[in-house]
Design a binder for this molecule. Structure first.
Ligand code: AMP
Ligand code: MG
Length: 353
């Protein structure tokens, strides 16, 4: 994963610095959120600030989102540093989301990270965004070796650690779970009320659904497909024959059952004792309850990442930067190019035994 050149290992650090006064600043910018987090080397999250791009209409426009990130970077950085009570010169490492994600957005975060690391003359660590969602979930819930369902606006996968990496047991073959909910919400004319995500608007309406409408349920082996479900639900919406509440309810029931089925099979296969739900869609209570049922049936503990760390955030990048750096991993500037399709199963995670 990370080039092992120019490694400044912990062993060379003064003892005091190794312990408490060592901080990593992490920058997240894979899609609509620009986030900055600060983590200590002992796992305290000292700051987690972000600013989200909300399109006037339609989905995320990558260049518009990147422009938003460039505009707010300075403010979010300053907010994070002052919330943490940390001066730039107190930082030991800069971490950034190197991929996967939208090119223009990733490049903006990487540019800020490179500039900071060069100016402060400290190492840079490129972090895999999906690994970071899993690691922050583990840090914040205390789980050690879970089967993880990571479901967000851009990713949907079931992973578990095996032989040095997080292996993908199942994933979406087309669109992500959060994206499926967001597109349907936009088709239905739902808005980001008080900055709330569109998925939360679908969740609220779904609680008032009474009739389960028949919709496609597509699990292929261990993978799943959500685009047919989205098309069918949208077609019913435009036909006007079903209540919106019933459609939100049925869309959720089908999509969540699909990801839960795959998670359950991964759990049965790996016989792990923990289930972790992470990513923006982890906020959804109905999804949480479906997963907690299958976890219980397999005598596994169910854990969900706290809301603040569910959606894309800088803290998860800072913490994963700490894990990588503590294992002597850094990313030289000339290898800090962004990786738009960087899969989680291509990343070595040497901090896990
Ligand atoms: P992320 O990509 O991790 O930043 O997460 C954003 C995604 O999470 C978007 O697709 C949101 O609509 C979705 N999301 C946030 N809250 C909820 C919720 N309560 N129910 C379903 N989806 C949600
Ligand atoms: Mg996001």
């Amino acid at each position: 994963m990370y080039p092992l050149k120019n490694v400044e290992s912990m062993k060379n650090m003064p003892k005091k610095q190794r312990k408490d006064k060592t901080y990593c600043l992490g920058i997240e910018s894979t899609a609509d959120d620009f986030g900055v987090g600060i983590a200590s080397f002992t796992g305290e999250i000292l700051a987690n600030k972000s600013d989200s791009y909300i399109p006037a209409e339609g989905g995320i426009h990558p260049r518009e989102a990147a422009r938003h990130h460039a505009e707010v970077a300075d403010k979010v950085l300053n907010d994070a540093l002052s919330a943490a009570g940390v001066k730039p010169r107190d930082l030991s490492v800069i971490a950034f989301s190197q991929g996967p994600g939208l090119g223009p957005c990733l490049r903006t975060g990487a540019t800020v990270a490179r500039a900071l690391a060069s100016y402060l003359n400290i190492p840079l660590v490129g972090v895999n965004h999906s690994v970071a969602h899993i690691e922050i979930g583990k840090l914040k819930t205390g789980v050690v070796d879970p089967v993880t369902l990571y479901a967000s606006g851009g990713n949907t996968m079931v992973t578990a650690f095996e032989s040095g990496r997080y292996r993908v047991f199942g994933e979406t073959l087309d669109i992500a779970l959060g994206n499926c909910l967001d597109v349907f919400a936009r088709e239905a004319g739902l808005k980001h009320k008080k900055g709330l995500p569109l998925g939360a608007a679908v969740e609220r309406l779904a609680t008032e659904g009474k009739n389960l409408v028949s919709l496609p349920y597509v699990v292929k082996g261990m993978d799943l497909s959500l685009s047919g479900l989205l098309t069918a639900t949208t077609a019913l919406l435009h036909r006007g024959s079903c209540r919106l509440e019933d459609l939100c309810y049925s869309l959720q029931e089908n999509a969540f059952s699909m990801v839960t089925e795959v998670t359950e099979r991964a759990l049965a296969h790996t016989e792990k004792e923990e289930v972790l739900l992470t990513g923006g869609v982890a906020a959804n209570k109905r999804l949480q309850s479906m997963l907690s049922v299958i976890a219980q049936e397999h005598d596994a503990r169910f854990n969900v990442v706290p809301l603040e760390f569910a959606t894309d955030n800088g803290a998860m990048i800072a913490w994963t930067g700490v894990l990588a750096y503590r294992h002597g991993l850094v990313t030289p500037l000339e290898e800090s190019f962004v990786k738009l399709r960087w899969r989680v199963d291509k990343v070595d995670v040497p901090w896990i035994q």
